[in-house]
Design a protein around this ligand. Structure first.
Ligand SMILES: Nc1ncnc2c1ncn2[C@@H]1O[C@H](COP(=O)(O)OP(=O)(O)O)[C@@H](O)[C@H]1O
Ligand SMILES: [Mg+2]
Length: 264
């Protein structure tokens, strides 16, 4: 039995739930008919998600969070269910044009928000590097879940060496509102239009390439069939997305933010 605090039970009553198996993090996600309850260790990210949702109000399609409650260092985030389907679902993967159009729409929505007075900073590079250092020093980097080329003969010897490189090669930040983990399962769309973003622990002001690098990798992997028993859907090229955004590839930042993500 999963423990659910009383004040959350008061809202969800005795509605049945299913347990979601998609996410990668060490969290428990319970899906109720209208709500989702995410149970995880309390971290600066769980607090940030609550803060950013409150700060953004109705400026973006995000879940509402009627209750964020911490008990015994466990955070219970009760949020509304966002409508639509995840962009990694079959229907989108079989329709590359609408998929990529939806990703571009998602980025433009994020970039349209003025973050000049946003008080939250966990997304900023200096804070991300500090968090990365904590992960490295406490042995939290999951070496089973990294790109094959990151570590090894042509890559870094170990997470510590990668971290030092990231600290010494910080790019100039071009600040926009970023999602922070902008991969296809965290983006929902309904009839080809963005219906919501979820998993907002790293959301906040950061460089534009934070989201671009992760979504380019996510599109690449999903299109190549990495999560579909190796059966490819289509051939993805970064320019398919970048031309819609009127942008050029920035190889350095793309590589930098992909590498940064390896330490989380
Ligand atoms: N508010 C929500 N609305 C609809 N589905 C959700 C919501 N929150 C989570 N989910 C589902 O649960 C999955 C995992 O949740 P997520 O917050 O992304 O956790 P993780 O940190 O494990 O990736 C999502 O991919 C999605 O399928
Ligand atoms: Mg997720």
């Amino acid at each position: 039995m999963i423990y659910i605090p009383q004040r959350i039970k008061e809202i969800i009553g005795d509605q049945e739930y299913s347990q979601d198996e998609v996410g990668m993090s060490e969290s428990t996600v319970l899906m109720f008919p209208e709500y989702v309850l995410k149970i995880q260790k309390r971290t600066p990210e769980t607090e940030n998600e609550r803060n950013m949702v409150a700060w953004l109000g109705d400026r973006l399609p995000l879940p509402q969070i009627p209750i964020y409650y911490v008990e015994d260092e466990t955070a219970y985030t009760l949020m509304s269910r966002v409508p639509g389907k995840m962009l990694c679902e079959e229907a989108f993967m079989r329709s590359p044009e609408s998929l990529i159009r939806a990703v571009a729409e998602g980025l433009r929505l994020l970039w349209s928000v003025d973050v000049s007075d946003c008080p939250y900073r966990v997304s900023r590079l200096d804070e991300r590097l500090k968090a990365a250092r904590e992960n490295v020093e406490s042995g939290m980097v999951d070496l089973e879940n990294v790109e094959p080329e990151t570590f090894g003969p042509n890559g870094f010897s170990n997470p510590e060496e990668l971290l030092t490189w990231l600290e010494q090669n910080r790019p100039q930040e071009d600040i926009v509102l970023t999602h922070g983990d902008f991969c296809l399962p965290n983006i929902f769309a309904d009839r080809d239009h963005i219906s919501g973003f979820i998993d907002l622990g790293k959301m906040g002001p950061a460089d534009r390439w934070q989201d671009l690098a992760i979504v380019l990798r996510s599109l690449d992997h999903n299109a190549a069939g990495v999560f579909n028993d190796g059966n490819p859907y289509f051939r993805f090229e970064p320019r398919m997305l970048l031309t819609q955004l009127g942008m050029e590839m920035d190889e350095e930042k793309n590589r930098y933010y992909r590498l940064l993500d390896e330490l989380f």
